[in-house]
Design a protein around this ligand. Structure first.
Ligand SMILES: [Zn+2]
Length: 271
Protein backbone atom coordinates (compact mmCIF):
# COMPACT_ATOMS: atom_id res chain seq x y z
CA UNK A 1 0.00 0.00 0.00
CA UNK A 2 1.38 3.38 -0.99
CA UNK A 3 1.32 6.18 1.50
CA UNK A 4 -0.73 9.13 0.37
CA UNK A 5 1.41 12.17 -0.28
CA UNK A 6 1.01 14.99 2.22
CA UNK A 7 1.57 17.69 -0.36
CA UNK A 8 0.43 21.09 0.95
CA UNK A 9 -2.09 21.55 -1.81
CA UNK A 10 -3.98 24.66 -0.65
CA UNK A 11 -0.99 27.01 -0.30
CA UNK A 12 0.10 25.92 -3.77
CA UNK A 13 -3.25 26.66 -5.35
CA UNK A 14 -3.35 30.05 -3.61
CA UNK A 15 0.17 30.98 -4.70
CA UNK A 16 -0.54 29.92 -8.31
CA UNK A 17 -3.76 31.97 -8.30
CA UNK A 18 -1.95 35.01 -6.87
CA UNK A 19 0.83 34.70 -9.42
CA UNK A 20 -1.71 34.59 -12.26
CA UNK A 21 -3.54 37.65 -10.91
CA UNK A 22 -0.29 39.59 -10.35
CA UNK A 23 0.95 38.78 -13.83
CA UNK A 24 -2.08 39.84 -15.83
CA UNK A 25 -0.93 41.76 -18.90
CA UNK A 26 -3.28 43.76 -21.09
CA UNK A 27 -2.12 44.08 -24.68
CA UNK A 28 -2.10 47.86 -25.36
CA UNK A 29 -3.18 47.40 -29.00
CA UNK A 30 -5.77 44.59 -28.91
CA UNK A 31 -6.97 44.91 -25.30
CA UNK A 32 -6.60 41.13 -24.87
CA UNK A 33 -5.40 40.13 -21.39
CA UNK A 34 -3.30 37.15 -20.40
CA UNK A 35 -0.79 35.98 -17.81
CA UNK A 36 2.82 37.10 -18.09
CA UNK A 37 4.83 36.18 -15.00
CA UNK A 38 8.18 37.46 -16.29
CA UNK A 39 9.06 41.16 -15.93
CA UNK A 40 9.79 43.34 -18.96
CA UNK A 41 13.34 43.76 -17.61
CA UNK A 42 13.84 39.97 -17.51
CA UNK A 43 12.45 39.61 -21.03
CA UNK A 44 14.72 42.36 -22.39
CA UNK A 45 17.78 40.71 -20.82
CA UNK A 46 16.88 37.18 -21.97
CA UNK A 47 16.03 38.38 -25.48
CA UNK A 48 19.32 40.27 -25.83
CA UNK A 49 21.30 37.27 -24.58
CA UNK A 50 19.56 34.84 -26.95
CA UNK A 51 20.04 37.22 -29.89
CA UNK A 52 23.80 37.42 -29.24
CA UNK A 53 23.92 33.61 -29.33
CA UNK A 54 21.95 33.42 -32.57
CA UNK A 55 24.26 35.99 -34.16
CA UNK A 56 27.22 33.76 -33.28
CA UNK A 57 25.57 30.57 -34.56
CA UNK A 58 23.97 31.91 -37.74
CA UNK A 59 25.57 33.92 -40.50
CA UNK A 60 24.68 37.61 -40.37
CA UNK A 61 24.16 38.88 -43.92
CA UNK A 62 26.98 41.06 -45.30
CA UNK A 63 24.48 42.58 -47.76
CA UNK A 64 24.64 46.23 -46.66
CA UNK A 65 21.70 47.20 -48.86
CA UNK A 66 19.39 44.52 -47.42
CA UNK A 67 20.38 45.36 -43.84
CA UNK A 68 19.88 49.10 -44.44
CA UNK A 69 16.50 48.46 -46.06
CA UNK A 70 15.29 46.34 -43.14
CA UNK A 71 16.53 48.94 -40.65
CA UNK A 72 14.85 51.80 -42.57
CA UNK A 73 11.46 50.04 -42.65
CA UNK A 74 11.79 48.73 -39.10
CA UNK A 75 12.73 52.12 -37.64
CA UNK A 76 9.50 53.60 -39.06
CA UNK A 77 7.53 50.78 -37.43
CA UNK A 78 9.43 51.07 -34.12
CA UNK A 79 8.76 54.82 -34.17
CA UNK A 80 4.98 54.29 -34.22
CA UNK A 81 5.20 51.63 -31.50
CA UNK A 82 6.85 54.35 -29.38
CA UNK A 83 6.03 53.85 -25.74
CA UNK A 84 4.39 50.47 -26.36
CA UNK A 85 7.53 48.78 -25.06
CA UNK A 86 9.32 51.49 -23.02
CA UNK A 87 12.34 49.32 -22.25
CA UNK A 88 12.71 47.91 -25.76
CA UNK A 89 16.16 47.88 -27.24
CA UNK A 90 15.33 47.46 -30.92
CA UNK A 91 17.75 45.69 -33.21
CA UNK A 92 16.98 44.41 -36.71
CA UNK A 93 19.33 41.99 -38.43
CA UNK A 94 19.27 40.15 -41.78
CA UNK A 95 20.54 36.56 -41.64
CA UNK A 96 22.18 35.00 -44.67
CA UNK A 97 19.96 31.96 -45.21
CA UNK A 98 17.39 30.87 -47.77
CA UNK A 99 14.93 30.13 -44.94
CA UNK A 100 11.53 31.72 -45.51
CA UNK A 101 11.19 33.07 -42.02
CA UNK A 102 11.57 35.92 -39.57
CA UNK A 103 11.55 35.92 -35.78
CA UNK A 104 11.25 38.24 -32.80
CA UNK A 105 12.75 37.89 -29.35
CA UNK A 106 11.42 39.62 -26.24
CA UNK A 107 12.71 43.14 -25.74
CA UNK A 108 12.90 44.07 -29.43
CA UNK A 109 15.37 41.79 -31.21
CA UNK A 110 14.16 40.94 -34.72
CA UNK A 111 15.78 38.70 -37.32
CA UNK A 112 14.75 38.43 -40.98
CA UNK A 113 16.16 35.73 -43.27
CA UNK A 114 17.46 36.72 -46.72
CA UNK A 115 15.29 34.04 -48.37
CA UNK A 116 12.14 35.75 -47.17
CA UNK A 117 13.36 39.17 -48.34
CA UNK A 118 14.00 37.69 -51.80
CA UNK A 119 10.48 36.27 -51.95
CA UNK A 120 8.88 39.65 -51.26
CA UNK A 121 8.47 42.39 -53.84
CA UNK A 122 8.25 45.71 -52.06
CA UNK A 123 8.68 47.66 -48.82
CA UNK A 124 4.98 47.25 -47.95
CA UNK A 125 5.35 43.46 -47.92
CA UNK A 126 8.54 43.58 -45.86
CA UNK A 127 6.80 46.00 -43.47
CA UNK A 128 4.00 43.42 -43.05
CA UNK A 129 6.54 40.80 -41.94
CA UNK A 130 8.46 43.13 -39.60
CA UNK A 131 5.20 44.61 -38.26
CA UNK A 132 4.02 41.11 -37.35
CA UNK A 133 7.29 40.41 -35.50
CA UNK A 134 7.11 43.76 -33.68
CA UNK A 135 3.56 42.72 -32.74
CA UNK A 136 4.92 39.66 -30.92
CA UNK A 137 7.36 41.91 -29.01
CA UNK A 138 4.73 44.50 -27.97
CA UNK A 139 2.31 41.70 -27.02
CA UNK A 140 5.10 40.13 -24.90
CA UNK A 141 4.27 36.73 -26.40
CA UNK A 142 7.77 35.48 -25.48
CA UNK A 143 7.17 36.22 -21.80
CA UNK A 144 3.70 34.68 -22.11
CA UNK A 145 5.16 31.44 -23.50
CA UNK A 146 7.74 31.30 -20.72
CA UNK A 147 4.99 31.92 -18.14
CA UNK A 148 2.94 29.05 -19.55
CA UNK A 149 5.97 26.82 -19.10
CA UNK A 150 6.23 27.92 -15.47
CA UNK A 151 2.51 27.38 -14.82
CA UNK A 152 2.38 24.01 -16.57
CA UNK A 153 5.32 22.95 -14.39
CA UNK A 154 3.74 24.17 -11.14
CA UNK A 155 0.24 22.86 -11.84
CA UNK A 156 1.69 19.57 -13.09
CA UNK A 157 3.65 19.18 -9.85
CA UNK A 158 0.59 19.94 -7.69
CA UNK A 159 -1.63 17.54 -9.62
CA UNK A 160 1.03 14.84 -9.67
CA UNK A 161 1.16 14.87 -5.87
CA UNK A 162 -2.61 14.45 -5.58
CA UNK A 163 -2.87 11.37 -7.76
CA UNK A 164 -1.36 8.13 -6.49
CA UNK A 165 -0.29 6.95 -9.89
CA UNK A 166 1.64 10.08 -10.66
CA UNK A 167 3.17 8.67 -13.83
CA UNK A 168 -0.23 8.00 -15.38
CA UNK A 169 -1.36 11.49 -14.45
CA UNK A 170 1.71 13.06 -15.99
CA UNK A 171 1.21 11.09 -19.19
CA UNK A 172 -2.42 12.17 -19.47
CA UNK A 173 -1.59 15.71 -18.45
CA UNK A 174 1.29 15.91 -20.92
CA UNK A 175 -1.12 15.02 -23.73
CA UNK A 176 -3.63 17.62 -22.60
CA UNK A 177 -1.07 20.39 -22.24
CA UNK A 178 0.50 19.83 -25.63
CA UNK A 179 -2.57 19.38 -27.77
CA UNK A 180 -5.21 21.47 -26.07
CA UNK A 181 -3.50 24.01 -23.85
CA UNK A 182 -0.30 25.31 -25.38
CA UNK A 183 -1.05 25.00 -29.10
CA UNK A 184 -4.34 26.92 -29.33
CA UNK A 185 -2.73 29.74 -27.35
CA UNK A 186 0.10 29.93 -29.84
CA UNK A 187 -2.33 30.02 -32.70
CA UNK A 188 -4.17 32.90 -31.01
CA UNK A 189 -0.86 34.69 -30.50
CA UNK A 190 -0.10 34.34 -34.20
CA UNK A 191 -3.49 35.77 -35.12
CA UNK A 192 -2.98 38.58 -32.63
CA UNK A 193 0.46 39.41 -34.08
CA UNK A 194 -1.10 39.44 -37.57
CA UNK A 195 -3.66 42.06 -36.51
CA UNK A 196 -1.03 44.10 -34.65
CA UNK A 197 1.12 43.98 -37.79
CA UNK A 198 -1.70 45.58 -39.80
CA UNK A 199 -2.10 48.27 -37.13
CA UNK A 200 1.61 49.17 -36.98
CA UNK A 201 2.07 49.02 -40.77
CA UNK A 202 -0.85 51.42 -41.33
CA UNK A 203 0.41 53.84 -38.66
CA UNK A 204 3.86 53.80 -40.28
CA UNK A 205 2.36 54.52 -43.71
CA UNK A 206 2.74 51.03 -45.20
CA UNK A 207 -0.11 49.39 -47.09
CA UNK A 208 -1.85 46.89 -44.78
CA UNK A 209 -3.13 44.91 -47.81
CA UNK A 210 0.47 43.80 -48.42
CA UNK A 211 0.13 41.28 -45.55
CA UNK A 212 -2.39 39.36 -47.68
CA UNK A 213 0.09 39.20 -50.57
CA UNK A 214 2.87 37.98 -48.24
CA UNK A 215 0.80 34.96 -47.15
CA UNK A 216 -0.37 34.24 -50.69
CA UNK A 217 3.29 34.08 -51.74
CA UNK A 218 4.20 31.93 -48.73
CA UNK A 219 1.35 29.59 -49.63
CA UNK A 220 2.49 29.34 -53.26
CA UNK A 221 6.02 28.29 -52.32
CA UNK A 222 5.20 25.98 -49.38
CA UNK A 223 5.16 22.31 -50.29
CA UNK A 224 2.09 20.28 -49.26
CA UNK A 225 4.26 17.91 -47.17
CA UNK A 226 5.54 20.91 -45.16
CA UNK A 227 2.01 21.80 -44.11
CA UNK A 228 1.01 20.06 -40.89
CA UNK A 229 -2.70 19.37 -40.40
CA UNK A 230 -4.45 22.45 -38.98
CA UNK A 231 -5.27 20.80 -35.64
CA UNK A 232 -1.61 19.92 -35.04
CA UNK A 233 -0.06 23.15 -36.16
CA UNK A 234 1.02 25.91 -33.79
CA UNK A 235 0.26 28.41 -36.55
CA UNK A 236 -2.99 29.22 -38.33
CA UNK A 237 -3.18 27.64 -41.78
CA UNK A 238 -2.14 29.87 -44.69
CA UNK A 239 -5.74 29.85 -45.97
CA UNK A 240 -7.09 30.97 -42.59
CA UNK A 241 -4.48 33.71 -42.35
CA UNK A 242 -5.20 34.99 -45.85
CA UNK A 243 -8.94 35.02 -45.09
CA UNK A 244 -8.51 36.82 -41.73
CA UNK A 245 -6.06 39.40 -43.13
CA UNK A 246 -8.21 40.05 -46.24
CA UNK A 247 -11.18 40.69 -43.99
CA UNK A 248 -9.29 42.98 -41.55
CA UNK A 249 -6.90 44.93 -43.83
CA UNK A 250 -9.54 47.32 -45.32
CA UNK A 251 -10.33 48.56 -41.79
CA UNK A 252 -6.77 49.99 -41.59
CA UNK A 253 -6.84 51.67 -44.99
CA UNK A 254 -7.78 55.18 -43.79
CA UNK A 255 -5.02 55.16 -41.16
CA UNK A 256 -2.55 54.04 -43.84
CA UNK A 257 -3.56 56.80 -46.28
CA UNK A 258 -3.38 59.42 -43.52
CA UNK A 259 0.23 58.46 -42.67
CA UNK A 260 1.63 57.49 -46.08
CA UNK A 261 2.52 60.98 -47.35
CA UNK A 262 3.90 62.16 -44.04
CA UNK A 263 6.46 59.35 -43.93
CA UNK A 264 7.27 59.60 -47.65
CA UNK A 265 8.08 63.28 -47.16
CA UNK A 266 10.18 62.53 -44.09
CA UNK A 267 12.19 59.96 -46.07
CA UNK A 268 12.72 62.41 -48.96
CA UNK A 269 14.07 64.98 -46.52
CA UNK A 270 16.42 62.44 -44.97
CA UNK A 271 17.79 61.15 -48.28
ZN1 LIG B 1 4.50 35.05 -35.64
Amino acid sequence: MKKRSRFPILPCIISVALAILAGCYVNPVTGRSYTVLTSVGQEVRMGAQAFEEIKKEEKVSADQEANARVRRIASRLAEVVGEGVPEANWEFVVFDSETLNAFALPGGKVGVYAGLIDLLDDDDELAAVIGHEIGHVVARHGGKRMSQGILVGVIGAVGGAMVENAELFRQAYGGITNAAFVLPHSRKDEQEADMMGLHFAALAGYDPEAAVRVWQKMDEVSKPEDRPPAWLSTHPTNAQRIADLSEAAPRYRDVYLANKDRFAEQERENS
